[in-house]
Design a protein around this ligand. Sequence first.
Ligand code: ATP
Ligand code: MG
Length: 460
Amino acid sequence: MTERKKRVLIADDQPDVLEALRLLLKGESFETETAASPAGVLQAIESGDFDAVLMDLNYTRDTTSGREGFELLSKIQELDSTLPVIVMTAWGSIPGAVEAMRRGARDYVEKPWDNQRLLSLLRTHVELGRALRESARLASENRLLRRQGVPELIAESRAMQPVLTMLERIGPSEANVLIMGEHGTGKEIIARWLHAASPRAEKPLIIVNAGGLSEGVFESELFGHVKGAFTDAKTDRVGYFELADGGTLFLDEIGNMPPKQQSKLLRVLQTGEFQRVGSSKTKRVDVRVISATNVDIRQEVAEGRFREDLLYRLNTVEIHLPPLRDRPEDIAALAMHFLKRETGKYRKAKVTGLEREALQALLEHPWPGNIRELEHTIERAVLMATGSQIRAEDLGLRGRGDGAARIEEMTLEEAEKYLIQKALGRYQGNVSRAADALGLSRSALYRRLQYYDLGTSAEP
Ligand SMILES: Nc1ncnc2c1ncn2[C@@H]1O[C@H](COP(=O)(O)OP(=O)(O)OP(=O)(O)O)[C@@H](O)[C@H]1O
Ligand SMILES: [Mg+2]
């Protein structure tokens, strides 16, 4: 997808103002069109596709009251309520600006304007406007949404295009899919999407934290057991493979599976057969396997920690999810998506958007925890917000420093979480190695990952 130039409609009855603005915007690679009257503005909006309107409030008929401008604003709202409009007001005429905002203007600049402020305002509103329009479009026509239960994916950025192409191609198929990406990049939501878009959608999707099962329970969890198979086996148990029969089995954190378990999994994938623990009866199931990992699996293979033959069973198709820092174009839309969800959840419908500075802060943050971190940030901000717009300080984003200087200011829990994140980062998300480094057992680390919501799903 090639990025379309941002188009701005400039409206003023003074030719020298139009010309100055046109040159300013052109220098910043906006495309512009100009209009000198309210009628011209409406005509342009009806026939063209704009990302924003920058308009004066006063036109020749009546040059000071702003009435023509207010009427025009209302008409623009009727034509297209998602189009961001920024009004230009006379220096010091705050009441005019307030009235304009009440009538749907998103922001205002005072004349004479400050070039940098004007440009940054325009960029922000173009971006927010695109996000708004995009979510409106998704809600009404996106076929990814049309089917019940298919999760909504926000993926407009260039970095996500190969992923979307791949999803469309393989969605309806039976291929085993391996999803790779850092913590919080959306591996699970993609797995859910794939299941929901497949012919197996009516059948179960079973999610297993394959990397978090201890040696003792692995087989009985995956394949089930019969009563009396071992001391604790008081009744028969159906394993995940059987539960997923006809549907999809999502094996999460596959890169963290110990070698013995890898062999057991490989055997089922090769033969399609298994036995419940303690039973000699062979079972067959029809299961599509989707797996995910945040470790560099090829590296694991190269270093002998992951079986290559198992990798080839799992990766018929590979999906690589980019980290959020590589898809900044999605940040505004994701933020709005979470904002809507969280305001619904917390009954804070009056929070409807983000202030410019807040969006800017989101765009500048490096997002080591990716989309999940953004989700938590917005959730917290919705809770903190007191007005209709989330402010930068509501986001509670810390600066770029990596925290080392502040450890003495943390609570014990914050420090523990911080050290765990550090260790995971150091070992590319490999839980076994991070656990070693932290002096914990794997299962103890898993419990903490869940406790701190550091991105392991559904450990059984
Ligand atoms: N493209 C997207 N559009 C909307 N929401 C998304 C998108 N990608 C991820 N999310 C949301 O972000 C959160 C984190 O995603 P998910 O749990 O799928 O990540 P993950 O890669 O499985 O993380 P981890 O490695 O930590 O388990 C979820 O709430 C998910 O719904
Ligand atoms: Mg996950």
